[in-house]
Design a protein around this ligand. Structure first.
Ligand code: IPE
Ligand code: IPE
Ligand code: MG
Length: 247
C-alpha cells in the first residue's frame, strides 16, 4: 500500500499548538550570513505557519518570539528582533484581520518601548472580533516571569478581599496568568534540535505533548507542521489516568 504523503491533511488537528521557533541564528550561520538574516527568514516561516495553522483548523497558535532571557543578546540583535515585530504587524495585520485571525500578545509589557506597546494594543483591538484562529505571540515572555506577575496580582486581590487564600487552586491561579481563559497547548513543537522549554509555558505545558524536530525555524513550513501533528496524533494522552483520553 502506498505510504500517505506528508502533505496529506492529518486525521485531526490539535486545538492549541505552541511553537518555540528556534534555530534562526544557526540557519544564517550555515549560509555565512548575519544572525539577523536568519531572524528575517524566520518571519517568513511564521507567515507560512500561521497560514497553514488556519488551513489545518488549529484554533490557537502560540509562538515564542522573544524571551525575557533574550535581553542577554547583543543590543543590535535585540533591536533587530523588535524591528521585525514592527515589520510583521505593519505588513500582515490587515491581512490577518481579514482572514479572521485574532492577535494577542503575552508577556511583560512594562519596559517595552512605547511604540511597541502601542502596536500590540492596536493589533489586539483591531482583531478582537475575530475567532477563526487565535494567534498568540509570546513577546518579552518568560514562564517564571508570568507566574511571578500572576502571584503579585493574586496577592493584591487577597489583600483587597477579592479572593480568599483557601480558594487558591490551579484553576483560580490560572485565571491570573496571561493565558487566562484559553485551553493549554495540546502540542508543543520546538525546532532546531534543542530539547528544552527555555522558560516557555511552564504552567500551561503540564500535560502538553512535546515534539522536537531538527528543522531550523526558517525552513519550517506547512509540511513540517503536518508532520508534527501526525506525530501528535500517534500519542496516547492519559493525563495521569490509566486510559487514553480523547483530545
Ligand atoms: C530563535 O532563533 C529566535 C529567537 C530566539 C528570537 P535563535 O536566534 O535562537 O537561533 P539559534 O538558536 O542561535 O540558532
Ligand atoms: C527560546 O530560544 C526563545 C525563543 C524562541 C524566542 P532560545 O534560543 O533563546 O533558547 P536557549 O537560549 O537556546 O535555551
Ligand atoms: Mg536559539
Amino acid at each position: 500500500m502506498a505510504q500517505p504523503s506528508a502533505s496529506q491533511a492529518p486525521a485531526s488537528s490539535p486545538r492549541h499548538v505552541a511553537i518555540i521557533m528556534d534555530g534562526n541564528g544557526r540557519w544564517a550561520k550555515q549560509r555565512g550570513r548575519p544572525r539577523t538574516f536568519g531572524h528575517a527568514e524566520g518571519v517568513e516561516a511564521l507567515r507560512r505557519t500561521v497560514e497553514a495553522a488556519g488551513e489545518l483548523g488549529v484554533q490557537y497558535l502560540t509562538v515564542f518570539g522573544f524571551s525575557t532571557e533574550n535581553w542577554r543578546r547583543p543590543a543590535e540583535e535585540v533591536s533587530a528582533l523588535f524591528d521585525l515585530l514592527r515589520l510583521y504587524v505593519a505588513r500582515d495585520l490587515d491581512k490577518l484581520v481579514n482572514e479572521g485571525v485574532r492577535v494577542r500578545v503575552i508577556g511583560e509589557r512594562k519596559g517595552l518601548q512605547p511604540d511597541i506597546a502601542e502596536i500590540i494594543e492596536n493589533a489586539e483591538a483591531k482583531s478582537r472580533q475575530n475567532d477563526k484562529l487565535n494567534l498568540i505571540i509570546a513577546f518579552n515572555y518568560g514562564g517564571q516571569d508570568e507566574i511571578a506577575r500572576a502571584a503579585r496580582r493574586l496577592v493584591a486581590d487577597v489583600a483587597a478581599g477579592k479572593i480568599r487564600t483557601e480558594d487558591i487552586n490551579p484553576d483560580t491561579f490560572g485565571a491570573y496568568l496571561d493565558t487566562a481563559g484559553w485551553p493549554p497547548p495540546d502540542l508543543l513543537i520546538r525546532t532546531s534540535n534543542e530539547y528544552r522549554l527555555s522558560n516557555f509555558m511552564l504552567w500551561q505545558a503540564a500535560y502538553t505533548e512535546l515534539v522536537f524536530t531538527d528543522t531550523l525555524w526558517p525552513d519550517f513550513d506547512k509540511r513540517a507542521l503536518e508532520s508534527a501533528i501526525a506525530e501528535y496524533n500517534k500519542r496516547e494522552r492519559r493525563f495521569g489516568g490509566t486510559e487514553p483520553v480523547a483530545s
